[in-house]
Write a protein that binds this ligand. Structure first.
Ligand SMILES: O=C(O)CCC(=O)C(=O)O
Length: 266
C-alpha cells in the first residue's frame, strides 16, 4: 500500500480556503500514484472552536467531497478529521472512504483534550474506529487518543494492522508525539501512519513530524517541519513477521491484568 501523508498548514476558521488547499493536495497525491491519502486533524476549521456554530460542517459536505474524489481518482482517503455538528452537539470526526467512494468509517475522537478546550466545545465519541481497506483491517484514532495505550491496543486486538493518526499536535510537545507513536507501533506490532499539521493558530504553533513507523519501530518517514506530501510504501507481511518473532499477542495474560483492575469508584 503506497500511503501519502498530507502535512499542511490549516487556515484558522476558513473552511473554503482549506477545502481548496486539500483538493490541490489530494490531486497531487493521486497523480503521484498514492493508494491511500491521509489528511490531518480538524482540517476544515482548525481549532476555531468558539466559531463552530457557523463554521462546522452541518450538511455532510466533507463526506460528499471525499466520496466523489475517491471514486473519481480510485484512491482511499483517510480524511483526517473535521469539525461536524450532529444532533447533540459538535464532534471532531474522522471519515474514511475507499477507492469505490464508499464511506467505511465514521469515528468521533474518543478523548477530548482539555488544554485545547475540547471538553468545553466538543462531544466525545464511543465508537472503536476500525475499518477495512482493500481487505486489510485498519484503525483510526485522533491526536490526544495516542496517550491512551489501552485504546490503541483495543484496535490492535480487533485486528488493526495499520493505525492512522491525524493530529494537530503542538511543537511544544513534539517529543512526546514521536515517542508515543513509536511506542504504539512497537507494542502493537503494527504500522502507524501519523499526520500532523504545520503552521500556527492564535494559541499554538504546531510541530509537523508526520511519520510512518513500521511494526519493529523503524521510522520510515519523518516529514520534520516541511509542508507538503510525504510518501511511504507499506508491506503488510512485516506485521506477521514481527508478530511471529516476538509473539506478544499470544503471550498476553488478559485474565491476570483484569484481576488487578480497580473497581470503578462509587
Ligand atoms: O496530547 C497532546 O499533547 C496534544 C494533543 C492535542 O493537541 C489534541 O488532541 O488536539
Amino acid at each position: 500500500m503506497k500511503v501519502a501523508c498530507v502535512q499542511m498548514d490549516i487556515a484558522f476558521g476558513e473552511p473554503e480556503t482549506n477545502f481548496r488547499k486539500v483538493t490541490e493536495y489530494l490531486e497531487e497525491a493521486a497523480q503521484n500514484g498514492a493508494e491511500t491519502i491521509v489528511l490531518p486533524e480538524m482540517w476544515n476549521t482548525g481549532y476555531a472552536l468558539t466559531e463552530l456554530e457557523t463554521l462546522a460542517d452541518s450538511s455532510h459536505r466533507t463526506v460528499g467531497f471525499l466520496k466523489e474524489f475517491a471514486k473519481k481518482h480510485g484512491v482511499n482517503i483517510v480524511g483526517g478529521s473535521v469539525s461536524i455538528i450532529k444532533e447533540d452537539g459538535f464532534y471532531n470526526t474522522m471519515y474514511v472512504v475507499n477507492k469505490d467512494g464508499e464511506l467505511v468509517s465514521e469515528y468521533d475522537k474518543a478523548h477530548r483534550f482539555g488544554l485545547m478546550d475540547e471538553h468545553i466545545h466538543l462531544q466525545e465519541g464511543s465508537g472503536l474506529g476500525t475499518f477495512e481497506l482493500q481487505g486489510v483491517v485498519c484503525g483510526g484514532v485522533i491526536c490526544y487518543d495516542i496517550r491512551f495505550p489501552e485504546w490503541i491496543r483495543a484496535q490492535a486486538l480487533n485486528g488493526a494492522k495499520v493505525i492512522f493518526v491525524p493530529a494537530e499536535w503542538p511543537a511544544a510537545r513534539i517529543d512526546h508525539w514521536k515517542v508515543l507513536l513509536q511506542a504504539r507501533a512497537i507494542e502493537n506490532q503494527c504500522f502507524i501512519v501519523a499526520v500532523n499539521r504545520v503552521g500556527s493558530d492564535p494559541k499554538n504553533a504546531f510541530g509537523g513530524s508526520s511519520m510512518v513507523i513500521a511494526p519493529w519501530g523503524e521510522v520510515r518517514l519523518d516529514m520534520a517541519m516541511q509542508e507538503g506530501i510525504g510518501y511511504a510504501d507499506i508491506d503488510l507481511s512485516e506485521v506477521e513477521e514481527v508478530r511471529k518473532r516476538i509473539p506478544v499477542f499470544t503471550d498476553r495474560r488478559e485474565a491476570l491484568y483484569s484481576s488487578f483492575q480497580k473497581p470503578a469508584a462509587e
